[in-house]
Structures are given as C-alpha cells and as structure tokens.
Design a protein around this ligand. Structure first.
Ligand code: FAD
Length: 139
C-alpha cells in the first residue's frame, strides 16, 4: 500500500493538561508502531504541529481519531501528499520540545521569528521539520 504524509496544526483546549503531552506521546509511540505509522510532534505556545506518515488507510484512520480528541481544537490540515518514502521513519512519534523552535528557525521558514505554523505553507512546515530533526535531539 502506498505512503502518504499528513501535516496539521492545532491548539490546546481547556481540557488539555500539561501531563497530557507525556500521555499522548506514550500512546502514540505504542499505537503508531502497531499501525505502521511514523512521524513528528512539535509543541510550543499551546500549539501542536504534527506530521504523520504511513499508509493512506492508517494515516486517515488516525487523523479521524485525532480530530475527535477534545484536548485540542482549531485543527487545520496544512499538507496531505503521496510520498515515495518516509522521512521520519526513526520515530513512531518523535517529539520536538519547544526549545527546538528557536527564533532563528522560525525566521528562516516564516514571516517572523515567532512559532506561527497557522500562517506557514505546507512546504515551509515540512522543510522546517526536516531541518529540526537533523539538528536537535528528538525525544
Ligand atoms: P481512548 O484513549 O479510549 O480515547 C477515547 C476518547 O477520549 C478519544 O476521543 C480520545 O481522543 C479522548 N481522550 C483520551 N484521553 C483523554 C484525556 N486525557 N482527556 C480528554 N480526552 C481524552 N494517538 C495516536 O495513537 N497516535 C498519534 O500520533 C497521536 N497524536 C496525537 C496528537 C495530538 C495533538 C493529540 C491531541 C492526540 C494525539 N493522539 C494520538 C491521541 C488520539 O487522539 C487518541 O486519544 C488515541 O489515538 C486513542 O484514542 P482511542 O479512542 O483509541 O482511545
């Protein structure tokens, strides 16, 4: 089955508690490995940025679950593409801590030095995630 990449951005709701990040990551690492999914999750200033890779069926099924998760809102699909190969295959769900999202990386890929993925193109977000995964320690 062929591969797709899906990238979305969202914001926390009042139901989100700081310990949820740990829970989301541990559930993701376990569930995603079983479903053949890989990807990266960034989190800064109450904003999630997530890239999912896997079969079209698995990516769509997880995205539906994620859309129904009440811990986040304003979920906007940034990019959906058919891909030839995975780029984040090292991680069932790697985590980029907010310290990775520095002013200089934000300025390189967006119109200012803040983390504003809602205002970025899919191409910029994708390239920014690739650079970050090369440069910082993904948890
Ligand atoms: P259950 O754990 O039984 O969840 C039942 C319902 O409750 C779901 O709608 C779930 O979204 C919601 N829920 C679960 N825990 C809480 C809580 N503490 N507070 C409020 N609502 C809750 N899951 C993955 O498997 N892989 C991922 O890559 C992934 N990425 C995510 C990224 C973000 C930004 C968020 C917010 C969630 C992510 N999740 C991910 C979690 C996903 O939304 C589901 O919670 C998870 O897949 C389990 O769902 P479930 O219905 O099978 O199980």
């Amino acid at each position: 089955m062929f591969l797709v990449r899906l990238i979305y951005v969202s914001q926390t709701t009042d139901q989100f508690k700081s310990e949820d990040i740990k829970n989301i990551l541990s559930a993701s690492k376990e569930n995603n490995a079983k479903a053949g999914l890989t990807g990266i999750l960034g989190f800064s200033h109450n904003t999630f940025l997530q890239c999912l890779e896997g079969s079209r069926k698995a990516v769509n099924a997880l995205y539906h679950q994620i859309l129904n998760d009440e811990r986040h809102q304003n979920i906007i699909l940034i990019e959906y593409a058919e891909i030839a190969q995975r780029e984040f295959s090292k991680w069932g769900m790697g985590y980029l801590p907010d310290t990775a999202l520095t002013s200089s990386i934000n300025l390189k890929y967006s119109g200012n030095d803040q983390f504003t993925p809602y205002e970025m193109t899919g191409d910029s977000v994708h390239k920014m995630l690739l650079e970050l995964c090369d440069q910082v320690e993904v948890i």
